[in-house]
Design a protein around this ligand. Structure first.
Ligand code: HEM
Length: 694
């Protein structure tokens, strides 16, 4: 295995500030930065106080503009390794050598919210990957949804202006549930496919470790012979794709706005890396026009059932940043950062993006030299005639800074054959200059219909409820009506159900595809499920059954899950056998929404738990959100299931509720509990839960 080293490259710039005396930025020793220099102890501060001025001036300039989109994000370091050489497909060096370990930096983000907004809002998530390859930096700047709202980059400012807080009152923060967004959608049918994804559970990832990523656009692979294949990129999380439910997501936004950030950080700190496989969908250019969608249209996906995803390598994120600002905030991704062997297509969204990122970063990072910031610096030498500009870090010695030259033997020279160099793929273009969209981009509803058709029942319920919530917050009734009418083009039942929730009737019949295909890959019901994604809250108070506690917590750990002990106060909690277990979370600092499951062992503590509103709420809210509930002995009495008469069977009501007699077999209980964890959420309960939808 051969590793290239970005960590070592960053080490050159790390400063640890551990020992040594305090100095000014000029290196002058300072004995006191707690008091300013004054004329008399109670007198006025003196202008002469250069130490005060330097400290305050620096503080005054500590913020840079946040990203205009994707302002809220979290980053991590890691590496990528291809499974086998793809040199027959692409000459990209990092994809041709399975022995090579390429360093990467990844930033996950939300799109609409400001930098301090909550993680769990309903939104698209960014999934941006920078590969520090031996041929320069390569970025896949993708999202967790495989399509986009608009088909041409010139409309990007419009969709973003519409979704951002409204300009007159800057309300609402990090939310699409307001008039301008839905007004835009009502007038932009091409947005419907991405809107369907946005209304689905995909918009509420349980964790950045449990989220798919997509390069969205069609790119090209080019091999050493100059042969090209169209390619789409996918990131597939090893833990599967999992989401929150809406009620939970909203509560987490208050209880722990850093929920996704904390999850990524803590898991990496605890030695549990985030792992994804890189997949590609490949298309021979001769098949470019074979489908009923245009492969250059980024509002369409390539169904995996038609064009399979081939897994080509693995991404592992296993190191947290040393400094959020220096790394996560200053990192600059750009879809135009490509390496030899990977090229663009004429997708008009992609083409616009190739301009926008470098442009915005000049403003965000204060000048044209941000490629020299350590996190953005490639691991290979940069050698050209660019000079000067704001914050230039290198001292570019020598007389010449132009080409051609004789004074420096024409160096740096144009890369020659045999040296790594980017060669643009030669495509013949023949067309009139025209400001129009291709006819082949005009079908805006077949794929939204396919998406709807592919959803499990609980996912469809989620989508209906999401539309009702979002449009319910849109005050303009005409906009609501237009949306309900538009939905008839996707599915008549969907339109009717959303209309019902809004007190409206769909007008017009719509033109839904008569028989849209279903793509099972689109449903999260078909994802990988494992107890490894779970975090259990174990509720105990004085007198809990230690044998049962030990059996279940050991089984959780063995299965790769984690747990926290939660009680009414911190410190040791006495058990039935006169031992103790340390409690590190209380009902005040923990909440059911921050966990995937709850376990209450049997024991004398149950009587006291039954009188605790906090404990009862914890258990019942866990149940409401379709999560696993383990209740030993009398603890079953903590659960109050609700059901509409005759609509739901006992087995559905009790799905994912694991019980055990007080003296029952603790090991069997532990096995059953872990088996329930492995199923993820228990949506069979849907009808037993009143007022909370999937
Ligand atoms: C398929 C469509 C798109 C995807 C998947 C996408 C994805 C992303 C991602 C992941 C980021 C955050 C990068 C980071 O973590 O720093 C980002 C930022 C950004 N995007 Fe896009 N984007 C899309 C379309 C566009 C378009 C069409 C434009 C403009 C023409 C655009 C302009 C920007 C800008 C200005 C930023 C902020 C960059 C910065 O300040 O560093 N995006 N985008």
């Amino acid at each position: 295995m051969r590793r290239t080293n970005k960590d070592g490259d960053l080490e050159k710039d790390r400063v640890r500030h551990m020992a040594g005396n305090l100095t000014t930025n000029q290196g002058v020793g300072v004995d006191n930065t707690d008091d300013s220099l004054k004329a008399g102890k109670r007198g006025p501060t003196l202008m002469e106080d250069f130490i005060f001025r330097e400290k305050i001036t620096h503080f005054d300039h500590e913020r840079i503009p946040e990203r205009i989109v994707h302002a809220r994000g979290s980053g991590a370091h890691g590496h990528f390794q291809v499974y086998e050489s793809l040199s027959h497909l692409t000459k990209a060096h990092f994809l041709s050598d399975p022995e090579l370990v390429t360093p990467v930096f990844v930033r996950f983000s939300t799109v609409a919210g400001f930098r301090g907004s909550a993680d769990t809002v309903r939104d698209v998530r960014g999934f941006a990957v920078k590969f520090y390859t031996q041929e320069g930096n390569y970025d896949i700047v993708g999202n967790n949804m495989p399509v986009f709202f608009v088909q041409d980059a010139i409309k990007f400012p419009d969709v973003i202006h519409a979704v951002k807080p409204e300009p007159n009152n800057e309300i609402p923060q990090a939310a699409s549930a307001h008039d301008t967004f839905w007004d835009f959608v009502a007038n932009t049918p091409e947005s419907m496919h991405n809107v369907m994804w946005l209304m689905s559970p995909r918009a509420l990832p349980r964790s950045y470790r449990m989220m798919e990523g997509f390069g969205i656009h069609t790119f090209r692979f080019i091999n050493a012979q100059g042969e090209s294949q169209f390619v789409k990129f996918h990131w597939k999380p090893l833990l599967g794709v999992h989401s929150l439910v809406w009620d939970e997501a909203q509560k987490i936004a208050g209880k722990d706005p850093d929920f996704n950030r904390r999850d990524l950080w803590e898991n990496i700190e605890n030695g549990m890396p985030a792992e994804f496989e890189l997949g590609v969908q490949l298309l021979d250019p001769k098949d470019e026009f074979k489908f009923d969608f245009d492969i250059l249209d980024c509002s369409k996906l390539w169904p995996e059932e038609l064009i399979p995803v081939r897994k080509i390598g693995k991404l592992t994120l296993n190191r947290n940043v040393d400094n959020f600002f220096a790394e996560t905030e200053q990192v600059a991704f750009c879809p135009a950062n490509v390496v030899p062997g990977i090229d663009f297509t004429n997708d008009p969204m992609l083409q616009g993006r190739l301009f926008s990122y470098l442009d915005t970063q000049i403003s965000r990072l204060g000048g044209p030299n941000f490629h020299q910031i350590p996190i953005n610096r490639p691991i290979v030498p940069v050698n050209n005639n660019q000079r000067d500009g704001m914050h230039r870090m290198t001292i570019d010695a020598g007389q010449t800074s132009y080409h051609p030259n004789a004074l420096n033997n024409n160096e740096p020279h144009s890369a020659t054959e045999g040296e790594s160099r980017f060669e643009h793929y030669q495509v013949r273009i023949d067309g009139n200059v025209i400001r129009e969209r291709s006819e082949s981009f005009r079908d805006h509803f077949s794929q939204p219909a396919m998406f709807w058709n592919s959803m499990a029942a609980h996912e469809q319920v989620h989508i209906i409820d999401a539309f009702c919530f979002e449009l319910g917050k849109c005050l303009n009734v005409n906009t609501r009506q237009t949306l309900v009418n538009m939905l008839t083009n996707v599915n008549a039942d969907l339109a009717k159900a959303v209309g019902d929730g809004l007190g409206l009737k769909p007008e017009g019949k719509g033109r839904p595809s008569p028989n849209p295909m279903a793509s099972p890959a689109l449903s999260m019901d078909n994802t990988v499920k494992s107890p490894k994604t779970s975090k259990t809250a174990v509720i105990i108070e004085n007198g809990f059954d230690k044998a049962q506690f030990d059996a279940v917590t050991t089984a959780i750990t063995k299965a790769g899950g984690v747990f926290d002990v939660v009680s009414k106060k911190l410190g040791p909690v006495p058990s039935s056998d006169k031992g103790t277990v340390e409690c590190r979370k209380t009902y005040a600092t923990a909440a059911s929404v921050l966990y995937d499951a709850v376990f209450v062992p049997s024991g004398a503590h149950v009587d006291s738990l039954k009188t605790s509103g906090d404990a009862r709420h914890f258990v019942n809210e866990t149940y409401k959100h379709f999560k696993t509930v383990g209740l030993g002995g009398d603890a079953l009495g903590l659960l109050k299931t609700e059901r509409a008469k005759g609509t739901v069977s006992e087995s559905d009501v009790m799905a994912g509720v694991v019980t055990c007699e007080a003296r029952g077999d603790a090991l069997r209980f532990a096995d059953d509990y872990v088996a329930a964890l492995a199923k993820g959420r228990h949506f069979e309960r849907s009808n037993a839960v009143i007022g909370v939808s999937a």
